[in-house]
Ligand binder design. Structure first.
Ligand code: HEC
Ligand code: HEC
Ligand code: HEC
Length: 445
């Protein structure tokens, strides 16, 4: 949730920036007429209606639910430098929610980011992706929100952004420049499974919101596989959403379809990667609910996304088991702390679960720290975040919990530990300083 707020802040600032570049130099984008997408519809698991399934895969909960007892009642505070914005009540309550929205008005929100009263939404509401939803899926979603979701009377909180800064016109300009509206168009040269995957990835599951880099005005550099950079990896609020293109080394070209499916369903592929932070939230609230056929369709489509290479080493194949206890054995504690501070912090805080040699547990519940994308990446940010905040993920597979060390360890200690881990099990000493950790802390809350 915190991450969403920061992402919003970034996007809004970007949009405001665009407002400043008012000029006629920019050519407007071609706007496609929304046509009914003939995407193969998937089999919905029999535990839920089609509308609920689409709400799950689109993760509407992520931003519109703050209190689990009041699903979709909104109220998520999004602090921006110029004030605080709140997500809105999208339950069917007629006075405070969207109970008076017609189907067409609801469609306009998802396709164009325009509210019932004609005002524009901030593009933190991912209508830039939801625009690809088919008419049939939007209708099912509407039906779910109007008839299954419980109406909750909860006034929307007014944002406290000073009037002059809360003008929404820069957003119209942003849209004009960057938003291509319209339902997903089938690519007839590809299989039905590929099209289903493309529809899901580009549209409702909005992988690109996090994994595709953004340009100067925070617009996504590519919205599908035909434009370079799509899913090429992006920084978000202290995290890095890795490159998931088909490149063998820089992306996930070396993963089997089965591994991609397992990662999205459970958040863990031992020996490769685990999902923490924003990805853990997406797995928990959204991807774990997808049917196997939809998950395989996603994997099939991802294989066709052209590789983006950074010419670096693979983050999945770094390091090997290296015992830390042997060298420390028999030495006085004080000397160990002084001469081998990294190994000492590791043995004191991490080895109880990840083992003295970094190999974790045989079943992979405690993952190995070598052959681990977070430690093996040349971007140490996710490792720092994992140490600061731990890992929490609840799925049908069970609960995964790593404690947070942010309060227990100082900035200096976390820098030392991160540098030690990247030097021992990754691509080399990350050279982080206490001030870097301080900066990561301020991004994470
Ligand atoms: C990443 C965060 C995010 C996600 C995911 C998200 N929304 Fe939103 N949504 C917002 C924010 C923020 C606003 C208010 C924006 C503003 O005030 O400009 C909003 C506004 C809306 C509105 C306008 C309501 C009104 O005020 O009249 C509707 C309807 C809506 N969302 C529906 C949905 C649906 C349906 C989904 C899932 C398919 C969804 N949202 C997913 C962030 C999100
Ligand atoms: C809310 C932002 C967000 C969304 C949406 C999202 N991801 Fe991620 N993803 C991340 C972050 C952040 C990481 C890094 C997690 C970590 O290091 O623990 C990640 C990691 C991954 C990884 C592991 C890569 C590695 O090298 O460790 C895969 C695979 C992946 N995502 C696939 C997807 C797919 C496919 C989708 C859409 C179906 C998606 N993600 C949607 C943020 C997101
Ligand atoms: C109480 C047990 C426990 C302790 C102590 C512990 N971890 Fe973990 N660690 C876990 C679990 C559980 C996971 C999550 C596995 C998963 O996501 O499936 C995890 C995951 C990780 C990951 C992978 C995260 C990702 O996003 O890929 C790293 C890196 C990590 N731990 C490092 C550490 C470090 C460094 C320490 C010491 C400061 C530490 N752990 C202490 C249990 C622990």
């Amino acid at each position: 949730m915190t991450f969403r707020r920061t992402l919003l802040a970034i996007i809004v600032l970007g949009a405001a920036g665009v407002g400043a570049i008012v000029s006629g130099m920019w050519a407007p984008k071609t706007v496609q007429t929304p046509k009914e997408a003939q995407v193969v519809t998937s089999q919905v698991p029999n535990t839920m209606s089609r509308g609920e399934y689409i709400a799950r895969m689109s993760d509407c909960t992520a931003c519109h639910t703050t209190d689990a007892d009041k699903p979709f009642a909104g109220g998520l505070a999004m602090p921006l430098p110029m004030g605080t914005l709140y997500s809105t009540n999208i339950t069917p309550d007629k006075e405070t929610g969207i109970g008076n929205y017609s189907l067409d008005e609801f469609k306009r929100v998802l396709r164009e980011g325009i509210r019932q009263d004609g005002s524009r939404l901030y593009p933190a509401m991912p209508y830039t992706e939801y625009t690809k939803l088919s008419n049939a899926d939007i209708e099912a979603l509407y039906d779910y929100f109007m008839h299954t979701v419980k109406p909750i009377h909860q006034e929307n909180r007014h944002n406290d952004i000073p009037a002059v800064l809360s003008m929404r016109w820069p957003l119209a300009l942003w849209n004009w420049m960057f938003h291509t509206q319209g339902a997903y168009q089938v690519n007839r040269e590809e299989s039905a499974e590929w099209n289903r995957g493309a529809y899901l990835v580009q549209g409702s599951t909005h992988c690109g919101t996090c994994h595709t880099p953004r340009g100067l005005a925070m617009q996504s550099v590519a919205s599908d596989e035909t434009k370079s950079g799509f899913l090429g990896g992006a920084d978000l609020a202290g995290w890095h959403a890795f490159n998931i293109t088909h490149d063998e080394k820089s992306g996930i070209g070396g993963w089997s379809n089965q591994e991609i499916v397992q990662y999205l369903k459970t958040g863990s592929v031992p020996g490769k990667a685990q999902a923490a932070g924003p990805m853990a939230e997406a797995v928990e609230h959204s991807f774990q609910y997808l049917s196997n056929s939809d998950l395989y369709a996603i994997a099939t489509y991802l294989r066709s996304v052209p590789g983006v290479s950074d010419d670096g080493a693979s983050r999945f194949e770094q390091g090997s088991a290296k015992a830390q206890d042997v060298q420390l054995r028999g030495l006085p504690v004080e000397q160990v702390r002084k001469d081998m501070p990294g190994a000492s912090l590791y043995m004191g805080n991490c080895s109880v679960c990840h083992d003295a040699d970094g190999s974790g547990s045989p079943d992979g519940y405690y993952p190995s720290l070598y052959h681990n994308s977070v430690v093996g990446s040349d971007k140490p940010g996710n490792l720092v975040q994992v140490i600061l905040h731990g890992v929490k993920r609840h799925t049908a597979e069970g609960n995964v919990m790593m404690p947070a060390f942010g309060e227990h360890l100082s900035d200096e200690e976390i820098a030392t530990l991160t540098n030690f881990l990247t030097a021992t099990y990754g691509q080399g000493d990350a050279h982080l300083k206490a001030s870097d950790i301080k900066a990561y802390r301020s991004l994470g809350d």
